[in-house]
Write a protein that binds this ligand. Structure first.
Ligand code: HEM
Length: 394
């Protein structure tokens, strides 16, 4: 089947990747590596570039594709413009305003999606978009990032957890699955709200919610089953399960954040990057072979070499976090550099696989190019088709 490519998809995805690279550069500046600066505020722009410029654009783009309406592309477009303003060092509120508007459009997208399909997973992802908007309001209001960063984190965590819940529908229903999921997310959201009002107890509840969500995912996610298969399904399962361990670690750090916010301590770095890098990037590594073809229209065959970027990220992040806990600047410093190397290796491995692949849309393209109701209608056949495409990829 020939899939019609929507024009803004490729430039928006390419710009998101460019933002990622500039965000990594800013991360190294922030860690004290001696690199040239693009503009004076570049190191401070690292967090907003990563969360809003890169992931805000990509997540909004994926949702706009699922929505299938032109106005949906306003969300990734505004997020990308906000990212461009951050990269150019535009002074004032231009970047936060553009990014805040992007989050409002994303909420509007989800309003349509929830109306089409009222379900726990669509509601969870909507909560993620609302968390992003609240974080952006706080950012606009001048609240320091360490005091509002959990809202940005919740944007990514709830979006990913919602997506995993959506996929777990293919498993046989469990009596306790849904109530436990609801309880874990409720804890997390309650802690999130508390984190802005009473930080110490709020972060403790938030941490419990994160550990509970991680335990739920480890128990009920499809990854437990696909781990026994070969090729891409096993690769994705390894990434997903590693990511769930990092999410639990992030929860434990949140629970232990007794003197929050304490920016000078390396534990701040550990609390952030167990989730932002360990959880979020493990998910990106797992989903990339499906999402990249959907966005670019190019085939991305799975290659065993993909394990190299996964392994490098897991080991270097463990080293960095150990350095954070032991107050070892050297481990933090070198671990961070290797984290960046792992992400660049991922981009390199993906680019090589794309070049080696041929221009033939696979099942994943078809699934993601469809509107949400079509995706849902087709979801019964998805596991069979996905299995077929994995076999092809092997
Ligand atoms: C790839 C390697 C990365 C490195 C080397 C890195 C480095 C850093 C450093 C050194 C800090 C400052 C920590 C502190 O003040 O104690 C930081 C903060 C932060 N990072 Fe990263 N980071 C990386 C990846 C990411 C990713 C993938 C995300 C998001 C998805 C992210 C989001 C943030 C945020 C939101 C902050 C807080 C910003 C602030 O307080 O101003 N980082 N990062």
């Amino acid at each position: 089947m020939r899939i019609r490519l929507l024009p803004p998809r490729l430039p928006l995805a390419a710009f998101a990747l460019f933002t990622l690279v500039i965000g990594l550069w800013a991360a190294l500046l922030r860690m004290g590596w001696n690199l040239p600066w693009l503009q004076s505020g570049q190191a401070l722009a690292h967090g907003p570039l990563m969360v809003c410029g890169f992931l805000g654009t990509l997540i909004s783009l994926e949702r706009a594709v699922a929505l299938g309406r032109g106005w949906g592309y306003l969300a990734p477009g505004l997020a990308a413009l906000g990212g461009a303003a951050l990269i150019a060092g535009v002074p004032g509120l231009a970047a936060p305003v553009l990014i805040f508007l992007a989050s409002l459009v994303l909420i509007a997208i989800f309003a349509v999606i929830v109306r089409r399909q009222p379900a726990m997973f669509t509601v969870t992802m909507t909560a993620g978009a609302i968390a992003w908007a609240i974080g952006n309001v706080l950012w606009l209001a001048g609240v320091p990032i360490p005091e509002m960063v959990h809202w940005w984190m919740a944007f990514l965590v709830l979006t990913i957890v919602g997506e995993r819940l959506e996929l777990s529908r293919f498993l046989p229903p469990s009596r306790y699955g849904r109530p436990l999921f609801t309880a874990a997310v409720a804890f997390y959201v309650a802690g999130l709200a508390g984190s802005s009002l009473a930080p110490i107890s709020g972060h403790a509840v938030l941490g419990v919610g994160m550990v509970a969500m991680s335990a739920w995912l480890a128990r009920f996610d499809i990854a437990r089953f696909t781990l026994r298969q070969g090729g891409l399904p096993r690769f994705a399962a390894v990434c997903l399960l590693a990511g769930y361990v990092w999410l639990a670690a992030g929860g434990i750090f949140a629970m232990l954040a007794d003197r929050w916010p304490s920016v000078v301590e390396l534990r701040y770095d550990a609390m952030l990057h167990t989730v932002f890098l360990g959880f979020v990037f493990s998910m990106i590594f797992a989903h990339a072979p499906i999402i990249f073809p959907a966005v670019t229209g190019l085939r991305l065959p799975f290659r065993p070499v993909f394990y190299t970027h996964v392994l490098l990220l897991q080991l270097s992040l463990a080293w960095r976090i150990a350095g954070d806990c032991a107050d070892s600047f050297a481990a933090y410093h070198w671990g961070g550099l290797l984290n960046v190397a792992a992400v660049l290796l991922f981009l390199g491995n993906t680019a090589c696989a794309l070049l080696l692949g041929f221009r033939k849309p696979g099942h994943a393209d078809a699934l993601f190019a469809l509107s949400l109701p079509e995706r849902v209608k087709n979801s019964r056949t998805a596991p069979r088709a996905a299995k077929r495409s994995h076999v092809e990829a092997d």
